[in-house]
Design a protein around this ligand. Structure first.
Ligand code: AMP
Length: 370
């Protein structure tokens, strides 16, 4: 097969953006893309996915379907993903076939494996908790002796929202913890004694330019994000440390696009918990707090447009609407300080992310100066 010559960034309005994954992140990427005159083509196994309903076209197929991937690559001027569990091999196939892919396969592969991820982060100068790779109960016993209890056992791959994790409080719990992760290749992490959880959303363009949004402070319940407050109250040293981490991660991955970086704030230093090579739930506040939100920023980055401004014009409290909570939409729609974002999902299963609400708050004088 001859590969047609590709358009190179900067892509003009009218260009086609391919997206692997059709969830709410893809939907909001589609809204931003269409505002800038681009067309979205979504590949997702579920017909009528949330993103497909704002896209020009959906290819309904498994993420590993070679023909579907080739079709997506042929119609797209650039391909991205909104879901970090798409097979790295699929992204590699697109790139090998001549498609422009951003972020690239390496960033995806690193973020998919918690051991690779922490190894990369430490090498890049972004500190994490101490950890050990665990492939057996013997490994777990050794790692627990080294790291001390309590420690957190997580599957290396495909964990999200706190799933596939078990605390190990003593050597007596080794067998139970190993069973809880299904005996899969895992990582044992030292416990981070954090004061709060922060995140930073940042972007890098094809030309290496970097733009970083202010920090958000996140609250989770049962491993699922409930709220983000942004800009987070943070002293200058904390803000500078977070920006340094973001730059190290972006440059170390030769990254193009938006990334979400979750941080533990220990009071005197920041540790990276994990990186998500995509737009991120903790960045939804930017939709109503910044002139250029994280979705537009991602579209700008991957199409080679100049990165947009990241200064906030409002403080925002973002709350996820999980499952039946979405039924509160009539009251939320009537609240003057609430900006409602719904994902168009038909079935409100428990804990399913159905939408979010951004409540606007006055911006503190400090944050306005950032
Ligand atoms: P994760 O799936 O890695 O984002 O973990 C989900 C949540 O578990 C985090 O948001 C933290 O609240 C908590 N957590 C994860 N790793 C650690 C750790 N090493 N020490 C303490 N708490 C952790």
């Amino acid at each position: 097969m001859t590969i047609p010559p590709r358009r190179q960034p900067p892509l003009s309005p009218g260009a086609v953006i391919g997206v692997l994954g059709g969830g709410q992140l893809g939907r909001m990427l589609g809204e931003a893309a269409s505002r800038l005159g681009f067309d979205l083509v979504v590949l997702d196994p579920e017909p009528a996915s949330p993103a497909a309903r704002v896209a020009a076209r959906q290819i309904t197929a498994a993420y590993g379907d070679a023909d579907a991937l080739d079709a997506l690559g042929r119609v797209s001027d650039v391909v991205t993903f909104e879901f970090e569990n798409v097979p790295a091999a699929s992204v590699a196939r697109l790139a090998a076939g001549g498609a422009l892919v951003a972020p690239g396969p390496r960033a995806l592969a690193i973020a998919q494996d918690r051991v690779e991820e922490k190894t990369f982060l430490n090498a890049a100068g972004a500190a994490t908790v101490d950890f050990g790779a665990v492939d057996s109960t013997d490994d777990l016993r050794r790692a627990l002796a080294e790291l001390g209890a309590p420690a957190l056992l997580k599957t290396r791959r495909e964990g999200y929202d706190g799933k596939g994790q078990a605390w190990v409080r003593s050597a007596d719990e080794i067998d139970a913890a190993w069973a809880a992760v299904g005996g899969r290749p895992s990582i044992l992490e030292a416990r981070a004694d954090f004061r709060r959880e922060l995140s930073i959303i940042a972007a890098r363009g094809w030309d290496g330019s970097v733009a970083i949004f202010p920090l958000g402070e996140n609250r989770h319940a049962d491993g699922i994000l409930r709220t983000t407050l942004a800009p987070a109250a943070a002293d200058a040293a904390t803000a500078a440390a977070a920006q340094d981490i973001a730059a190290r991660v972006l440059n170390g991955l030769d990254y193009v696009g938006v990334i979400g970086i979750e941080l533990f704030d220990l009071g005197d230093r920041l540790l990276v918990n994990e990186i998500a090579p995509r737009v991120h739930n903790t960045g939804h506040w930017t939709q109503d707090g910044c002139a250029c939100d994280q979705f537009e920023q991602h579209i700008r980055a991957i199409t080679g447009w100049p990165l947009g401004p990241t200064a906030p014009h409002a403080a925002v409290e973002m709350t996820n609407l999980l499952g039946a909570e979405v039924g509160a939409w009539p009251e939320l729609a009537a609240a003057p300080d609430a900006r409602l974002h719904l994902y168009g999902k038909a079935e409100a299963r428990p804990d399913r992310k159905m939408g979010h609400v951004n409540r606007l708050r006055p911006l503190s004088a400090d944050a306005a100066q950032d």
